[in-house]
Design a binder for this molecule. Structure first.
Ligand code: HEC
Ligand code: HEC
Length: 327
């Protein structure tokens, strides 16, 4: 058998990741219902407290090497920041990756890209197998971008992966670092409430995102404030359609520039309001709204398939994967 110089360390890393994820995956399988929309990769128990996690800072743009590798990293950054133009054929809404992963995927507590890369390959409950990083990215296009997954090894995925690989430089492999993912907020003191959320939304969010959640465009049609719901936003299968993810994102990052200013209760209420609005259909839709809820949304963090204000959410959803409308 020929010896491969890299294989042993990769194999060791994979075994480590598998071991930790496998354990937690097992615990989850026997524990309470897990969010059907998945979450960050499973995390080893010892790393659960933010305070004990190692910190790491992604390299800066000026560290991008020259030559073909650097070109690929720069292309990935361009795709991440202007997904609309640079990955056009795969996008079916008005969002950019960097709308939800602030500062071009560098901002802590905004699911920064480098911190994510360090955790892959990883087991995901969303599709119940160990995912490569490229597979993880495919899901972002299908759900968050309401589009179509680029095929594995498509230049779009290779470029995004190269950018993430670059941002992960110097970070500890297989370890949850400080600021990874979105913060997991403690359950609210009072049950999250749609009406309180509507009021807080009007006060803190509608100025930019609009009273109808549709966001705002400039005169030349560029999206200035991205849509939070409706036909041009993320679809029902997206991570942000889960109230827990949305609450963590909102608490840490919104209102833009004032992250951390809302109370946890406000973040939960607003997330509940935002995720109780119609948005493009879940691309995994099977048979009926009820069946789709049962299979993919049967947990308290999803309002899909429930009646809110007399509306059965999911029944009048605009279609998912509306790529052509994005042009
Ligand atoms: C000052 C304007 C402003 C305010 C106020 C504001 N946002 Fe945002 N929001 C933005 C911008 C701009 C982005 C995109 C950030 C980027 O690309 O760097 C964004 C992104 C988002 C996103 C992710 C992208 C999407 O469309 O789904 C969500 C969710 C969001 N905001 C929710 C909220 C909520 C909830 C509030 C109120 C608590 C709020 N925002 C207040 C400007 C604002
Ligand atoms: C509407 C907001 C939104 C948009 C747009 C978005 N994402 Fe995400 N992303 C999320 C949320 C929420 C999560 C975490 C929840 C989950 O795993 O489903 C996440 C998770 C991730 C992760 C894993 C993070 C980790 O630490 O495990 C990666 C990588 C990622 N997104 C990449 C992308 C890329 C690339 C794009 C553009 C093609 C994109 N995302 C677009 C909201 C978004």
């Amino acid at each position: 058998m020929t010896r491969h110089p890299v294989a042993p360390s990769i194999a060791a890393a994979a075994v480590l990741v598998l071991a930790t994820t496998g354990l937690v995956g097992y615990a989850r399988a026997t524990g309470p219902a897990t969010p059907a929309t998945g979450a960050t990769p499973e995390q080893p128990p010892a790393q659960k407290t933010e305070a004990v996690r190692p910190s790491y800072t992604p390299p800066s743009d000026s560290d991008i090497p020259s030559g073909p590798f650097g070109d690929m990293i720069r292309l990935g950054e361009a795709i991440f920041h202007d997904t609309q133009h640079n990955a056009k054929g795969f996008v079916g809404n008005d969002l950019q990756c960097s709308n939800c992963h602030i500062d071009r995927g560098r901002q802590p507590n905004s699911a920064p890209l480098g911190a994510a890369y360090l955790l892959y390959p990883a087991y995901r409950t969303k599709n119940a197998h160990v995912n490569t990083f490229q597979e993880r990215l495919q899901g972002c296009f299908r759900y968050s971008m309401n589009g179509k997954a680029p095929p594995l090894n498509d230049k779009v995925l290779v470029a995004l992966e190269s950018y993430a690989y670059f941002l992960a430089k110097g970070g500890p492999t297989g370890v949850v670092v400080k600021g990874q993912g979105y913060p997991k907020l403690k359950a609210p003191d009072q049950p999250a409430d749609y009406d309180r959320g509507a009021k807080a939304y009007a006060q803190h969010c509608s100025l930019c995102h609009g009273a109808d959640g549709a966001g705002q465009k400039s005169a030349d049609g560029q999206t200035v404030f991205p849509p939070l719901w409706g036909a041009r936003s993320f679809n029902w299968g997206a991570g942000m359609a889960s109230i827990n993810n949305a609450a963590g994102f909102i608490k840490a990052n919104m209102p833009l520039g004032l992250g951390g200013s809302l109370t946890d209760q406000e973040a939960w209420d607003i997330a509940t309001y935002m995720d109780s609005q119609e948005r493009p259909q879940d691309p995994r839709f099977v048979d009926s709204v009820a069946e789709t809820r049962k299979r993919f949304h049967d947990e308290p963090t999803s309002k899909y398939g429930l009646v809110v204000n007399g509306v059965l959410l999911g029944e009048k959803s605009p279609p998912s994967g509306t790529i052509s409308a994005a042009d």
